[in-house]
Design a protein around this ligand. Structure first.
Ligand SMILES: [Zn+2]
Length: 295
């Protein structure tokens, strides 16, 4: 009797503690033919979770090792209440999660917005791994295209803004990404001949404003046509510049989620083609955008 009391008290305390300190993570059992959804309590909040079959564990560890990225994770094992099989879970802070996601696009991903407080299991939540439309990545690009840490950081920020419905900020960051990509292409093209004024203004010691960058870029569109660059991409980029400007400078005119969804496809196409050009110039991608294997 006493023992039961102590146990139940301990359990209650546990629950109180969980409620204060942590969240529950929706997991889908990764055992073949099971697929049951259940909740894994963790003692933290504001973190990201990835879950996958235990057989993938070594592969992902190796990918992290090879990438030489600084990825910190905690490992949890979630046991399915029905089939008793284990599903592996990596818990990470945002910084590491963004990097890990670039490396392992196939692991199921749970952002903090899909986690719940203990006791809120019944709250409607979209199935993990297949995020609701507003929560899927805004810039959804295969990792091998992203040849620079700066690009992956910018893309990560755009996606985080989008995920948290900070749409105006997402647009401002998109503008910044395009700016960086265009500067890099102009730099590859003109720096060897010393024509830095095509992208840099020595009187102000700053990069040219985006409209000037775009118009210099427009003059060399034909050179990159063979890599898939179209006039319509440049037109789309001009459009994003305007939108990004408005978002950055207007005080009250917030951008809606519908608006962002409407430009998502064009934005991805533009970013992909610029990344492909950079990948090809750097010798990382072939002319069809396939990764060149190192010998
Ligand atoms: Zn199961």
């Amino acid at each position: 009797m006493i023992r039961r009391c102590v146990q139940s008290e301990a359990k209650e305390l546990d629950e109180v503690w969980m409620r204060l300190a942590g969240v529950i993570v929706p997991i889908i059992c990764q055992a073949d033919d099971c697929g049951r959804r259940f909740w894994l309590p963790i003692d933290r909040h504001g973190v990201y979770a990835f879950f996958f079959k235990p057989t993938e564990y070594t592969k992902y560890q190796m990918r992290i090792g090879r990438s030489e990225e600084d990825i910190e994770k905690e490992i949890e094992k979630a046991q399915c209440p029905i089939c008793k099989e284990q599903t592996m879970v990596f818990i990470m802070k945002r910084e590491s999660a963004l990097k890990f996601r670039q490396l392992v696009s196939e692991a199921q991903f749970v952002p903090p917005s899909q986690m719940r407080l203990p006791g809120e299991e019944v709250t409607n939540v979209s199935p993990p791994g297949s995020p609701a439309p507003s929560r899927s990545d805004f810039i959804d690009i295969e990792a091998h295209y992203v040849s620079d840490k700066v690009y992956s950081q910018l893309i990560g920020e755009i996606n985080t803004c989008y995920e948290y419905e900070a749409y105006s900020s997402a647009l401002v960051m998109l503008r910044k990404l395009l700016e960086n990509l265009i500067v890099d292409i102009l730099r590859f093209k003109y720096a060897p001949a010393g024509q830095h004024d095509k992208y840099f203004d020595y009187t102000t010691n700053q990069f040219l404003p985006l409209n000037a960058l775009i118009s210099n870029f427009e003059q060399i569109v034909n050179e990159y046509a063979k890599y898939g660059l179209l006039k319509s991409h440049v037109a789309a980029i001009k459009g994003f510049r305007k939108e990004g400007n408005i978002s950055a400078h207007s005080i009250v005119d917030f951008v809606s989620g519908e608006k962002l969804l409407a430009i998502k496809k064009r934005a991805n196409e533009s970013v992909i083609v610029l990344l492909r050009i950079i990948g090809i110039i750097r010798g990382i991608l072939d002319e069809k955008g396939r990764i060149i294997k190192k010998k």
